[in-house]
Design a protein around this ligand. Structure first.
Ligand SMILES: [Zn+2]
Length: 349
């Protein structure tokens, strides 16, 4: 590799200088790429490129790992609100992980102080700092495999669910090499439901792999309603769905109070037969295709979209007027039709 050869020829002093320069550039470019992400996100260009979310764009188009993409998106959101953070990142006062940890606690009043506080702190110290700012917050959603007693060589002892919300707590490069003590096959914790504040309750239990898969699928199906995919929302929605249909007490109630839906409602609703046909035709996947031919791969949070809008006479019962779109591309289509401030930003000034 030429780069290694080039370094091998340097004097010790030049090697050290060169490294410092490279690290400065690295930080500068990280800040620069985050600044680009902020603007791309605001113009929704990633949607035009055929990606249903900035996260998908960062992983699939830009080739970031899930963890790196998550951090950059969090940093972009924080910096969009507090631009000084980007300079702090560029000159090395704080690192990306610090931004991710502190982001939920930043306000217009405290972010200057927080920046100084965060300088030079490790991840663990930053988590302490964050915890001291918000005592006893809800515990984070957490799905973790129970490790084998002796992990096989080359096998990760605890493979965490790799969904973005868990990247916060399980950064791969900072993971402890030995399995966590609290989860061992001999000490499976029993179900627990314990209050952590007057209004909030912590739920904990151990379940099988099929349940994890089901919950993951539920998250996808509910993404349009609960984009963050919090277990609280997802399990609540599933429980509601079941109770609404099966709970005899509720059935009595609903029959008593629910008026019949109006006729206009019926004609806007896409009939089940059309839904099935459209789902089959679009292969259960967002049908958006970018100018360069990139088809959106979203299979979660899909919506049935009227190609000719219902409001201007588009039919709900014609398969050719209905298509599957993910939330992002459905909103994008609505914006293109009806105009929006975000969309107008794209026009040259
Ligand atoms: Zn899409």
């Amino acid at each position: 590799m030429k780069l290694i050869e080039a370094c091998r020829r340097l004097t010790d002093a030049d090697l050290m200088d060169g490294l410092e320069r490279a690290v400065r550039c690295e930080r500068g470019f990280a800040a620069l790429s985050i600044a680009h992400l902020i603007e791309i996100s605001q113009r929704r260009l990633h949607e035009d490129e055929g990606y249903s979310s900035l996260f998908e764009f960062c992983t699939k188009k830009l080739g970031y790992s899930e963890g790196s993409a998550y951090k950059r998106i969090q940093a972009a959101r924080a910096a969009a609100e507090f631009p000084a953070l980007l300079e702090a990142l560029a000159n090395g006062r704080i690192h990306l992980t610090a931004l991710v940890i502190l982001r939920p606690h930043l306000t217009a009043d405290n972010y200057g102080d927080m920046l100084s506080e965060a300088e030079g702190k490790s991840k663990r110290e930053l988590e302490h700092l964050a915890a001291s700012l918000s005592p006893r917050p809800d515990l984070r959603d957490h799905i973790q495999r129970i490790p084998l007693p002796e992990s096989q060589p080359g096998e990760s002892p605890a493979a965490s669910d790799s969904s973005p919300e868990n990247e916060r707590s399980s950064e791969p490069d900072a993971r402890v090499p030995h399995p966590p003590i609290m989860v061992s096959p001999t000490r499976i914790e029993t179900d627990s439901i314990r209050p952590i504040s007057p209004e909030r309750v912590h739920f904990g239990f151990t379940g099988g792999e099929p349940l994890r898969v089901k919950i993951q699928r539920l998250k996808e199906l509910l993404r349009h309603k609960h984009p963050a995919g919090k277990l609280e929302d997802v399990i609540d929605a599933a429980a509601e769905f079941y109770l609404e249909r099966k709970d005899p007490d509720r059935r009595k109630e609903t029959f008593a109070r629910k008026p019949r839906a109006g006729l206009s409602d019926h004609s806007r609703r896409v009939p089940q037969s059309v839904r099935s046909a459209v789902w089959k035709r679009d292969d259960g996947r967002c049908s958006f295709v970018s100018k360069s031919g990139q088809r959106c791969s979203a299979r979660g949070g899909l919506e049935f979209d009227h190609i000719v809008p219902w409001a201007v006479g588009g039919r709900s019962d014609a398969v050719e007027n209905i298509r599957l779109l993910c939330r992002a591309h459905n909103q994008g289509a609505a914006i293109r039709r009806f105009g929006d401030r975000a969309r107008r930003r794209r026009e040259p000034q």
